[in-house]
Design a protein around this ligand. Structure first.
Ligand code: PMV
Length: 328
């Protein structure tokens, strides 16, 4: 391949966990301490293009600018891919998101999923989706799930190789839920998830209970998805979300990701569901609220969220597919 000649481009969607991941079994190998279950959000995307570098060095541009704070993780991921694919060249990477970055919208998930697909294709590694997912997981735990679409489970297999496995348990078309994302603050988060997870493991008195109860949450959520049982999925998802935030709050110093408007949205969504509307909430390491709905509830939920003081914007997404290559 001639340096600088041909771009290879991939698209990946972010995902949101309904059974949450927080905490690492092994920081260096980036192995999660708990399993997780997510939905892939087809309406938001990261696009990443790669090509062989013209000057023999790796380069990374995010939204048109050099981003030194992100570069090390990107190069670390490229190094893993080079090893796996037996490739020795340097790579130019350009990546763009069409949604706010690092504000609890899982931008690292779609970012690393797109990077792994584009760069491993460029390196000619012929990697399976499972292998790509494994490599993405080493860069960002949640990224393993964005290689796949619809409802995705990440299970743990400590001591085995690989120690995690990712699989699509139901395609998006089989249960087309929709997600509204209430943006309550679009600035970047103050504590990174890796730092926050380690702080929780080292300081929260609840950490052991969190880890011990995670397999049961996964089992219940998987069953709810396979039975398309919205009420059961709502109950487990809100429980997992609130339990993760209880763990975060019990960390020292406490990790408080909610804004006032976040809490306002949670009360609203609970009231709407108590009144019979098919909607539940989930919140990640940021202040945005994701309202997961059956399609018939979307308009009403959107109007109600827009009335909550402090809600700045509302994004809407159907479920979507796993990462894919774009013909250039
Ligand atoms: O893999 P990371 O570093 O993006 O961490 C993800 C953590 C949460 O978004 C809070 C939960 C999850 O499972 O996605």
């Amino acid at each position: 391949m001639t340096p600088g000649s041909q771009w290879i481009e991939a698209c990946a969607h972010p995902n949101i966990a309904l059974v949450k991941y927080w905490g690492k079994l092994d920081v260096a190998a980036n192995i999660p301490a708990v399993p997780s279950l997510s939905i892939t959000l087809g309406g938001l995307q990261t696009r990443t293009r790669v090509r062989l570098s013209r000057d023999g060095k790796d380069h990374f541009l995010f939204e048109g600018r050099a981003r030194p704070e992100m570069e090390q993780r990107v190069i670390g991921c490229l190094d893993e891919l080079r090893r796996e694919c037996g490739f020795s060249g340097a790579v130019e990477v350009e990546s763009d998101n069409d949604f706010p970055t690092a504000a609890g919208l899982a931008s690292s998930a779609s970012g690393f999923a797109a990077l792994v697909l584009a760069a491993s294709t460029m390196m000619g590694g012929g990697l399976s989706r499972e292998k790509m997912s494994e490599l993405a997981r080493r860069a960002s735990g949640s990224a393993a799930r964005s290689l796949l679409g619809g409802f995705v489970e990440l299970s743990l297999h400590p001591g085995e190789n690989p120690p995690t496995r990712t699989r699509e348990i139901l395609p998006a078309s089989e249960w087309p839920l929709e997600v509204l994302i209430a943006i309550t603050d679009s600035s970047a988060k103050s504590v990174s998830s890796t730092a926050g997870m380690e702080l929780s493991r080292n300081t929260s008195p609840y950490y052991g209970a969190w880890v011990d109860s995670s397999a049961e949450d996964l089992r219940g959520a998987r069953e709810a998805v396979l039975n398309r049982d919205f009420e059961a999925l709502a109950e487990i998802s809100e429980h997992s979300c609130l339990k993760m935030h209880a763990l975060m709050l019990s960390t020292r110093p406490g990790l408080l990701y909610f804004k006032g408007a976040t809490v306002g949205c949670l009360h609203l969504i609970r009231r709407l569901r108590a009144e019979g509307r098919p909607v539940f909430f989930t919140v990640d390491a940021g202040p945005q609220v994701k309202a997961v709905c059956l399609p018939e509830a979307v308009e009403e939920v959107r109007e109600a969220l827009a009335e909550v003081p402090g809600v700045l914007d509302i994004l809407h997404s159907p479920l979507g597919e796993g990462a894919f290559l774009i013909e250039t």
